[in-house]
Structures are given as structure tokens and as C-alpha cells.
Design a protein around this ligand. Structure first.
Ligand SMILES: Nc1ncnc2c1ncn2[C@@H]1O[C@H](COP(=O)(O)OP(=O)(O)OP(=O)(O)O)[C@@H](O)[C@H]1O
Length: 354
């Protein structure tokens, strides 16, 4: 991983709130659904996974390997814990970047108990030798541990107990086909509908013992970018505001006022998203403009713009990535309340100098 990639990973994590402080982290853990019935939304995935797990349980077998793909914060870690709980099995959690050498993986695999669930987050970022070791481990429950170096090196075969690998990735397309094909069940997690996020928020508010009105939950859900982790994080911030500025009860007005303080707008755009859009519209007349130029204009790394801001802006139909550069859509002009002007020059309908 290059320093830029590392920085971007941290930023993405920050955005969705997984790099949370002590209290937030503890609260996040407490809010995790514990079984498939508690898990909200993702109906198809739940139904299919339920079948896979029930059948394995009925056979007294270890469940097949599962690949979960989807954007950060949609519930992949939660689902892996649910798989372990439903199979009444222990779970070991690690991630691709933590496994730099095949030996690291061999150490983990050889210490697994029978039936254990191994959750491998960001599986696409594992090193190549570790990935190749994983092929054999997944298929034959065996690894070859190489002892020594050069011509004298020998491979010592090591039998493993049957285990369930749950791999998680933000991009299934990045996985080499031999790895992808070794998963017996692959599920793609979609972004959540606002009504599903409302249910997530009501459930979390209940667990946190916070009173919330239906339209307060709807307000938070509408700004949560289709992502339960963001919904929970915004709920926690709105709860702080309600506690300090009001009587602790969350209404629509409280949610609106709190989210204005945290600079999350009505559509869920945060400060960085708006900075990118504003630069694109005000400085470059809506584009097309090259990524590097846009990144310099907002004072961020290229990766921060592509990995953190753009996926959401593209999904919202506010920005398009074209071969000639980034282009704002009419919806972007409307969202920032600006009037499109001729291409190239300052284009702010109100104050073209910014
Ligand atoms: N379907 C759901 N129903 C209720 N809460 C959910 C659901 N999915 C996720 N959450 C909540 O969102 C939070 C984030 O979920 P989780 O950590 O599982 O996401 P993730 O996809 O593994 O993210 P990352 O890939 O960034 O680690 C959890 O604390 C959990 O409480």
C-alpha cells in the first residue's frame, strides 16, 4: 500500500466512522444485530444465507466459504459475526493488509478450531503469496508450509480443520477469479433504502435509550448515504446535540439543527463533497476538468477525491467521470443553488470570484 492509499483508507474509514473513538467504538459494537432476524434489509442476501446456514447445520457440517462484497459500512463485519453466531462457532477477525506474508496466514490457519469462522476483511488487499496459500486452504483444508530458503527449501504439508472463510471486499471485481471461484456463496450488499435506514435508526435509538420521533429518524436516514454505519454515527451526533441543547428527545427540528452543525447537508453531502462540487462549478464552469487539477483546487490528494468524495457524488448523479475529465450534472448546479454559465470561466451565478 502506498502512503497515499494508506491515507485514503483512513479517510474513507473516517467518513463512515469506523475509526471511532473509544465510546463510539463501544456503542457501535453494542448496536450490531446479533442474528439474521435482527439484521435489517438486504432481504435476498438474508434469505440465501439463511438457507446456506440452515442446510449446513442440518448436515452437521461446516458452512461453505462466503464472500461478501459492498461499500464500507453496509454490514459485512456484522454479517460475518452473525454467520458465526448462527453456526454456534467462534470467529477470528483479521484483514488482508494485516497478512503480508504467507507465514502470517499459515499461523492463523493452523490455530483455527474445527468449524471456526475466519473473517478476512479487505481480502483483495492480501499479498500474492498469502492469497495462493489460501487457495489450497479453502479447497483442501491443507497448507504447505515452506521451511528454509533457496534450493534446500522444503514444503511441509499441514492438515487444517474444516473452517468457514468469510471474505469481505469493497470490490469483488478486484479479486482474482481463482479466489472468487473458491467461495461457495457470494453475496453483494446493496445500499439501503431510506425506510430501511429509518428502521436501523429506530432500533439503535431504542438500544441507546434515546427518544426519537418518526420524522426525526427520517431526517437522519435521508442524510445517511444509504449506509447503516453512517446512520448510526449521525444518530449519535444528533443525540449529543439533543442532550446538550434540548431535553434529549430527537425531533425533526433537532435533527436538522444538529446536522447543520456537523455540516451534513439535506442530501448527506459533507464538507469535502461540497468543496469538490463547488470547485468544479465555480472554478471550472462545471468541467470537464482533470482529476489532478480538481484535487489541487480543493487542497486534497487525488485519491481522497476519487475514493472518498466521488463514489457518493457519482451515485447521487451530481458528478460524472468522463474520458475528458470530471463533469458536473445539472443536478449539481441545482443542489448548490447555482446557475450554469458558459464553460471555462468563473461560473458562480451569485459571486463568480470564489
Ligand atoms: N442490516 C443492518 N441492520 C442494522 N444495523 C446494521 C446493519 N448493517 C450494519 N449495521 C450497523 O452498521 C455498523 C457498521 O456495520 P459493519 O461494521 O458490519 O459494516 P462493514 O460493511 O463491515 O464495514 P467495513 O467494511 O467498513 O468494516 C454496525 O455497527 C451495525 O450496527
Amino acid at each position: 500500500m502506498t502512503p497515499n492509499e494508506a491515507e485514503t483508507a483512513v479517510l474513507v474509514e473516517r467518513l463512515v466512522g469506523s475509526v471511532a473513538g473509544g465510546e463510539d467504538r463501544a456503542v457501535e459494537a453494542a448496536l450490531r444485530p446479533k442474528d439474521l432476524d435482527e439484521f435489517i434489509g438486504q432481504e435476498k442476501v438474508r434469505e440465501q444465507l439463511d438457507l446456506v446456514l440452515r442446510a449446513a447445520r442440518a448436515r452437521g457440517a461446516t458452512a461453505d466459504h462466503v464472500l461478501l462484497s459492498g461499500a464500507p459500512g453496509l454490514g459485512k463485519t456484522t454479517l460475518s459475526m452473525i454467520i458465526a453466531a448462527e453456526m454456534d462457532a467462534p470467529i477470528r477477525i483479521t484483514s488482508g493488509p494485516a497478512i503480508q506474508h504467507a507465514g502470517d496466514l499459515a499461523a492463523i490457519l493452523s490455530s483455527l478450531q474445527e468449524g471456526e469462522v475466519l473473517f478476512l476483511d479487505e481480502i483483495h488487499r492480501m499479498s500474492r503469496p498469502a492469497e495462493e496459500m489460501l487457495y489450497m486452504a479453502m479447497e483442501d483444508f491443507r497448507v504447505d508450509v515452506i521451511v528454509g530458503k533457496g534450493p534446500g527449501a522444503t514444503a511441509i504439508p499441514l492438515e487444517l480443520p474444516p473452517f468457514t472463510l468469510v471474505g469481505a471486499t469493497t470490490r469483488a471485481g478486484l479479486l482474482p477469479p481463482p479466489l472468487r471461484d473458491r467461495f461457495g456463496f457470494t453475496a453483494h450488499m446493496e445500499f439501503y433504502e431510506p425506510t430501511e435506514l429509518e428502521r436501523v435508526i429506530h432500533r439503535s435509538a431504542n438500544l441507546l435509550d434515546v427518544g426519537i420521533e418518526a420524522d426525526g429518524a427520517a431526517e437522519i436516514a435521508g442524510r445517511s448515504r444509504g449506509t447503516p454505519r453512517i446512520a448510526n454515527r449521525l444518530l449519535r451526533r444528533v443525540r449529543d446535540y439533543a442532550q446538550v441543547k434540548a431535553d434529549g428527545h430527537i425531533t425533526r427540528e433537532i435533527a436538522e439543527a444538529a446536522l447543520a452543525v456537523y455540516e451534513v447537508d439535506a442530501r448527506g453531502l459533507d464538507r469535502l463533497d461540497r468543496a469538490v462540487l463547488e470547485a468544479l462549478l465555480k472554478l471550472f464552469g462545471g468541467g470537464p476538468v482533470g482529476l489532478s487539477t480538481l484535487a489541487v483546487a480543493v487542497g486534497e490528494e487525488r485519491e481522497t477525491v476519487t475514493e472518498v468524495a466521488e463514489p457518493f457524488l457519482v451515485r447521487e448523479g451530481l458528478l460524472a467521470r468522463t474520458p475528458r475529465g470530471r463533469v458536473a450534472t445539472p443536478a449539481a448546479w441545482a443542489h448548490l443553488g447555482l446557475v450554469p454559465s458558459g464553460r471555462g470561466g468563473p461560473a458562480d451565478g451569485r459571486d463568480g470570484r470564489h
